[in-house]
Design a protein around this ligand. Structure first.
Ligand code: ADP
Length: 428
């Protein structure tokens, strides 16, 4: 009836320095607007009076520095006002970073001094790393900087699909609904949503990404001064910790922000004290950060893939194309023995070479896989090449030797070289 199609409206008044925390209904989107005052969503200012529509399940907060009134549909999963937030400490970090950016800009002729802050955000899963990264980027963009966002979290993917490491310049405050525009940034395909599958490959790709950014910064004083914000994985024990240290080192981070973990902070302070130009700063986790279980994470990954092909609100129409088996060359990286046992010295065991390029036979096992399209022109460039985008395999016709796939746009693939990992998607 009418009540179901148009939920009741309500107004929520926010005092200064408080936030409205919202979990959108799992089945219905949420319409709301800023009625008066000023407020921001994860660092991006809300436009006055315009209605915003948030998709089902989204979790976010509307924060106000000076007070605001929000008008909203009364159909959320939960919404409540909190007046205790760590926002002051976050914005203080932003102020320090601004100072460093300005100093870097003023020192444009000096190779070292002209490098703006390289911030890396670390902490356990669900400590608010992505959210803090986003705020720092949006606040910087609002001041006219174009900082580079680097996402090393293969588990979720804020820039592109899960299973990738990626970087993108942030030229405007990040849209609270749309997120970071999915127009292909610099992306390397790892292929799995956990680094344990092939940690060597993960390290190589992180290094490749860092080197390309380094070259870009060398020729671009503006982005060099703006610096980077690097988001990391919530995996912080054992291998996860090693990979954090590797990322700090590889990107030559100058500021390490540790969210909500005393132990990690003191470990990092200890190992990094021999690097006087690296600041390790502990920050409080926001009480608003929502814990997501593994089922929710899996569905968020799946949602992300759907969004890549179909758009956030089903507004894109992907193209279905057919290719001959012989037109494509599919590879996976790692696995497979390095050499046949017969070629090894007596007694030696064949070991898997993590960086081996293994050709993949086309068969029905490819169904539902999401493959990355490499920019490589030759086979030997595949390992060091970034990717152009993704395709999703919808049919494999063995007798006719034809593959049907979905791509976000039609036309020829930029390369015949495709990369396979364990990323799959099933249309729901
Ligand atoms: P992490 O990157 O550490 O895993 P996220 O930053 O992705 O954590 O936060 C987890 C979830 O909590 C996200 O859905 C995010 O939008 C939500 N969230 C973060 N901060 C708040 C807040 N203050 N109020 C409401 N939801 C929040």
């Amino acid at each position: 009836g009418a009540a179901a199609s148009s939920p009741a409206m309500k107004q929520v008044k926010l005092d200064k320095e408080s936030e409205l925390r919202i979990e959108v209904n799992v089945n219905a989107s949420l319409r709301l607007r800023l009625l008066n005052g000023s407020a921001e969503i994860f660092g991006t200012e809300m436009p006055p009076e315009n209605w915003l529509v948030f998709p089902p399940r989204m979790k976010f907060a509307i924060f106000t520095w000076y007070g605001a009134t929000i008008e909203m549909q009364d159909n959320t999963e939960t919404d409540y006002v909190a007046d205790e937030t760590p926002m002051i400490s976050y914005v203080n970090v932003h102020a320090v970073l601004e100072g460093r950016r300005n100093r870097a800009k003023a020192a444009a002729s000096d190779a070292d001094a002209s490098q703006g802050p390289r911030v890396i955000v670390v902490g356990p899963t669900d400590s608010g790393k992505s959210t803090l990264s986003r705020m720092l980027l949006s606040w910087a963009a609002k001041q006219g900087w174009k900082p580079t966002f680097v996402d090393l979290d293969v588990g979720q993917g804020s820039i592109t699909l899960p299973g990738c490491v990626a970087a993108s310049p942030i030229e405007m405050p990040i849209d609270p609904v749309e997120g970071i525009p999915l127009e292909m940034p610099l992306v390397y395909f790892y292929g799995h949503n956990t680094p344990t599958v092939n940690a060597d490959l993960y390290r190589v790709l992180v290094k490749e990404l860092a080197q390309v950014l380094e070259r870009q910064f060398a020729g671009n004083a503006e982005s060099r001064a703006a610096g980077m914000v690097i988001n990391t994985m919530g995996f912080i024990e054992g291998l996860g910790y090693d990979l954090l240290l590797h990322a700090i080192d590889t990107f030559q981070a100058t500021v390490v922000l540790v969210l909500g973990q005393e132990k990690l902070c003191s470990m990092l302070k200890d190992v990094l004290k021999r690097k006087p130009n690296v600041d390790v700063v502990k920050l409080q986790k926001s009480g608003g950060v929502v814990s997501r279980n593994s089922k929710f994470r899996a569905s968020a990954r799946s949602q992300r893939i759907r969004e890549y092909f179909y758009g956030l609100s089903n507004d894109l129409s992907p193209h279905s194309s057919i290719a001959n088996f012989s037109d494509l060359a599919i590879y996976k990286i790692g696995g497979g023995p390095q050499a046949p046992a017969s070629a090894l010295p007596i007694g030696a065991q064949p070991v898997a070479d993590p960086m081996r390029l293994v050709p993949v036979n086309i068969n029905r096992d490819l169904l539902n896989l999401v493959l990355a399209v490499s920019f490589a022109k030759e086979q030997d460039q595949i390992l060091s090449s970034n990717i152009a985008g993704f395709i999703w395999i919808t049919d494999v016709d063995i007798p006719r030797k034809k593959i049907t796939y979905l791509a976000p746009s039609g036309g020829e693939l930029p390369s015949k070289f495709l990369l396979m990992g364990s990323l799959t998607w099933i249309e729901t």
